[in-house]
Write a protein of this length. Sequence first.
Length: 339
Amino acid sequence: MKKTILILLAFLILVLPLISAVEIDMKTEFNQGETLMAEISGNFLEYLEKENIFFYREHVKIPLNYEIAKIDNKYYVYAQLGDKEPNNYSLRIENTRYMQGVNIVEEDIIKNFVITDNLVDFKINPGFIIADEAFVIEVQNLRDFKIEIDISENETTTGKSFFESLFSSETFEPDIELFSGEIKNLEFNLGDETSFSFIELKTENVTYKIPVYIFVIKTIETEEQNKSEEETTTEEDEETTPDSEEEEDEIEIVSTKTCAEENGTICGDNEKCNGTIIQARDATCCLDTCEEIKKSNTGKILGWSMVVIILLVVIWFFKAKYKGAEKEINLLKIAKGKK
């Protein structure tokens, strides 16, 4: 009976909804000069800032040129390893709070990696793109011989092909050659749609998968522009139905400034904005205050209620099973006529 109850409890604990802890998706081994790229996912209670990211050699904090951005509910970090010597290193997320199951955790998150004594074929800059206009990715050959870099799309998240919207230049070449030490700027034009995809640059020895978030700014009409248009409309325009006019006024608000420049606040994963929300250059931005989303305990109550009910059913079952069992039959007493 005890074994059955333990199995049931273990099963219920496994099936209860738990929120995943923080995960850092990155290589564990890098060559000298390589551009480190990492993807961070998790339920952070506050927005992850650049000040939360640190790099260590063994147990010593080291300076490193790096950037961080939040794209599509994930954080992306890239860092230029430069001339860092071969050794054991780590990327650490510090001074933050995040959910681990139903618990709030404040422990540092550590991802170890090694820099080898091999030289990488080429490096890139930047390691992610957030743009509202044509952009450039810089690549440099670090080897002492000519290399060829293949360029392709990867994991398109929009209905339109990434090459159709992003690689709109007729002169763009999907493969390039770089002589030793040569630096080349890869220029990309924008399409006409907001999208999130990846550009993949690779040789036989190294692959970079660069997240690219493109947002297209739409013009927001002012009241004066609307008035002037109303004064110059023809009779045919005046016959337009109200529904069609409302559809034309539905314009996405996007800013080329960062959230800080807009004097806004980036709400955490467990917060919501109490007022106007805009899409800033670096993240979704709240122009008012953020308040914590109160989580309901209904799920937890229902879960433990199920546990109690199942335990009661198990106890009732075993009681009912053994309650009808009578004492041992004494054949001698029966032979003597006694009950």
